[in-house]
Design a protein around this ligand. Structure first.
Ligand code: NAP
Ligand code: G4F
Length: 347
C-alpha cells in the first residue's frame, strides 16, 4: 500500500512540528515547506529529519515561501499531495500592528495563492486552513462556529480573509476545504514571544538566578489555553471527515494572563508579584479581552476532546524550560516524540 502524502506549510512552527510527528506516526509521507534562512530554522523538526538518500525516508523538506506563487505551483505539481495543511503565517498579533501589510500578504493573501494554485493545476486534495479564535475578537463568549467575526487586529482581519477564501473555494469550486478555528494552544515548542512561553521561560531563568524581572503588558486578558499536540490531532480529524466543514477547537475554560502567571511562578516556588513588571510596549492598540471557545461540534462530530487542563499545561511548560537551561540549549525545545515506529526518522 502506498503511503498517503501530505504537504505542510509552516512545518518549522510549533503546530507544524507536532503535525509532522503525528502524520509520520500514522504512516504518511510528509512534505514540508521551509523558508530559506541564514541560520538554521528547523530546530523543532530536526529530530524527525533524515538524510533523503537513506532508504524508507518519509519526511521531505522544500524551500518555498507563501509570497511566491510560482514556487508554490511547482511544489504542488511535483509533490501531488492528497492533504494540504496551511499552517504558515505571520502569527504574532502584537507584531501585526507594526507590520500590517506584511501580515496581510502572508496570513491573508498567502491562503488565496495556495488555493488558487491548487485550482489552477487541478490538484485533487483536501485543504486545511489554520483559522484562529482571534477572528472572533470582540464577539461575546463562549464563541462557536456560528459566532460573528469581529477581528481586532491586522492578524485577525487577515485570518478572517483566509477563512472566507477557504469557504468560498469550497462553495464555488467544490474543493474540500476546512477551517479549523483553533483557540490558543501552547507547548514547550511555543515561540518564546507568546505570553505563556515568555512566562515559563522567565520562571526557569529567574529560578536559576539568571534574570530577576519579567516585563509584560496586559495581565487581564482572558484566553482559552490548550495543549498543542492535542490540537494537531483535531486538524487531522477534520481532514478525514466525510464532508468539509468548519470546527472550533478549544478547552472551554478561560483564564487570565494573571492566572497563568500565578500558576507558573507558584509551581516553581516563586512569588510572581516580586518579579513581574509592566511595560506598555507590550500593549496592543486594540485588545481581544476574552475568548473562550465552545468545541461541542468537534466533540460530537469528530470525537475530539482535549484532556490537558491548564495546571498540567503549565507544569509541562515550566518543567521543559527548566530542563532546557539544565542541558544548556537556550530556547530550543528538548521534548521528544513518543509515537511508535518513529525511530527510523530520528537521527
Ligand atoms: P508559528 O509557530 O508562528 O509558526 C508559523 C510557521 O509559518 C513557521 O513555520 C514559519 O516559518 C512559517 N511562515 C511564516 N511566514 C511564512 C511565509 N511567508 N512563507 C512560508 N512559511 C512562513 O505558529 P503556530 O503556533 O505553529 O501556528 C500555526 C498556524 O495556526 C498559524 O497559521 C497560526 O496563525 C495559526 N493559529 C495558531 C494558534 C495557536 O494558538 N498556536 C491558534 C490559532 C491559529 P519560520 O519558522 O521560518 O518563521
Ligand atoms: O500569547 P499572545 O501573544 O497570544 P494571542 O494574541 O492570543 O495570539 C495567539 O493566539 C491566537 C489564537 O487566538 C493565534 F491565532 C495567534 O497566532 C497566537 O498564537 O497574547 C495573549 C495575551 C494577549 O491578550 C496579550 O495582550 O497576553 C497578553 N500579553 C500580556 N503581556 C502579552 C504580553 N502577550 C505577549 N505576546 N507578550 C507580552 O509581554
Amino acid at each position: 500500500m502506498t503511503a498517503r502524502r501530505a504537504l505542510i506549510t509552516g512545518i518549522t512552527g510549533q503546530d507544524g512540528s507536532y503535525l509532522a510527528e503525528l502524520l509520520l506516526g500514522k504512516g504518511y509521507e510528509v512534505h514540508g515547506i521551509i523558508r530559506r534562512s541564514s541560520t538554521f530554522n528547523t530546530s523543532r523538526i530536526d529530530h524527525l529529519y533524515a538524510d533523503p538518500h537513506l532508504p524508507d525516508v518519509r519526511l521531505f523538506l522544500h524551500h518555498g515561501d507563501l509570497l511566491e506563487v510560482t514556487r508554490i505551483m511547482v511544489l504542488l505539481n511535483k509533490i501531488q499531495p492528497e492533504e494540504v495543511y496551511n499552517l504558515a503565517a505571520q502569527s504574532h498579533v502584537r507584531l501585526s500592528f507594526d507590520e500590517p501589510e506584511y501580515t496581510a500578504e502572508v496570513t491573508g493573501l498567502g491562503t488565496l495563492r495556495l488555493l488558487e494554485a491548487i485550482r489552477q493545476i487541478g490538484l485533487e486534495c483536501r485543504f486545511y486552513q489554520a483559522s484562529s479564535s482571534e477572528m472572533f475578537g470582540s464577539s461575546p463568549y463562549p464563541q462557536d462556529e456560528r459566532s460573528p467575526l469581529n477581528p481586532r487586529s491586522p492578524y485577525g482581519t487577515s485570518k478572517a480573509y483566509s477563512y472566507w477564501v477557504a469557504r468560498n473555494y469550497r462553495e464555488a469550486y467544490q474543493l474540500f476545504t476546512v477551517n479549523g478555528i483553533l483557540f490558543n494552544h501552547e507547548s514547550p515548542r511555543r515561540g518564546p514571544t507568546f505570553v505563556t512561553r515568555k512566562i515559563t521561560r522567565a520562571v526557569a531563568r529567574i529560578k536559576a538566578g539568571l534574570d530577576k524581572f519579567l516585563y509584560l503588558g496586559n495581565l487581564d486578558a482572558v484566553r482559552d489555553w490548550g495543549y498543542a499536540p492535542e490540537y494537531v490531532e483535531g486538524m487531522w480529524r477534520m481532514l478525514r471527515a466525510d464532508e468539509p466543514d468548519d470546527y472550533v477547537l478549544a478547552t472551554g475554560t478561560g483564564s487570565s494572563v494573571r492566572d497563568f502567571l500565578a500558576l507558573a511562578f507558584e509551581y516553581a516556588g516563586l512569588d510572581w508579584e516580586r518579579h513581574v513588571r509592566f511595560d506598555e510596549s507590550y500593549l496592543r492598540p486594540a485588545e481581544v479581552d476574552s475568548i473562550i471557545g465552545d468545541a461541542s461540534k468537534a466533540r460530537s462530530e469528530l470525537g475530539w476532546e482535549p484532556k490537558v487542563a491548564l495546571d498540567e499545561l503549565v507544569r509541562i511548560m515550566v518543567d521543559a524550560d527548566i530542563r532546557l537551561l539544565e542541558v544548556g540549549r537556550g530556547s530550543e525545545w528538548v521534548d521528544r516524540p513518543r509515537w511508535p515506529g518513529n525511530e527510523g526518522h530520528v537521527r
